[in-house]
Write a protein that binds this ligand. Structure first.
Ligand code: ZN
Length: 204
């Protein structure tokens, strides 16, 4: 692979590991799609995880403003899916620290662990495996800011935007691959439903 793998190389790796799947999928929010991505299936192979984390870190490092603050930079993930990415990026960047948020129950807000404290003005790079709806990262950004931190950018392995994806402008945003799934807002408008393609419900 190149210094930073190409979009095609990343997509190939995601397909080959079963992370990127073609078919007919229904998301919990009711959207239907012809592709589904579960990055964790690629991250279970350590070398692939490392390849992708190092590549992502190189994109981040190319930003001079972020590069200048790497020794004090915190890498923060919004849950378990982003953890291997966060640790990989932190290691490759030699950033200051890694931590993550989580929720007790599906309906509870994201929170950090007990006794956790942020430094006032702490510089934070938000990292996740995928940006799809953007809800999780939006919530994490608010949480970081509510604790006195400052988000300086976002980095994800894959960007699979939908018509409902939230935006993070003007923050710098880095992704290794952009995936262009076809989305339908419900069953009634879905071509795959019309063609009676067997449907699978995905958990997230
Ligand atoms: Zn459908």
């Amino acid at each position: 692979m190149h210094f930073v793998p190409t979009q095609e190389e990343i997509v190939g790796l995601l397909r080959q590991t079963g992370a990127l799947r073609e078919g007919h999928f229904e998301y919990p929010n009711g959207l239907h799609a012809n592709e589904y991505l579960q990055v964790a299936l690629a991250m279970r192979y350590y070398q692939h995880a490392k390849t992708m984390s190092v590549a992502l870190s190189r994109l981040v490092r190319a930003n001079p403003e972020i590069r200048a603050i790497i020794p004090e930079l915190s890498i923060v993930a919004p849950g378990t899916g982003g953890l291997p990415v966060a640790y990989g990026v932190c290691e490759a960047l030699r950033a200051h620290q890694v931590y993550w948020a989580e929720r007790e129950e599906e309906t509870e807000p994201l929170r950090f662990r007990q006794y956790f404290q942020m430094m006032p003005g702490e510089k934070v790079l938000l990292v996740d495996d995928i940006l799809r709806s953007g809800r999780q990262l939006t919530e994490l950004k608010s949480l970081v800011e509510s604790k006195g931190g400052q988000v300086v950018g976002l980095a994800v392995i894959a960007y699979q935007d939908t018509p409902r994806t939230l935006k993070f402008d003007p923050l710098p945003f880095y992704r290794l691959a952009k995936l262009d799934a076809t989305y339908y807002k419900d069953a009634a408008s879905c071509d795959l439903c019309k063609r009676n393609v067997p449907i699978e419900k995905v958990w997230i």
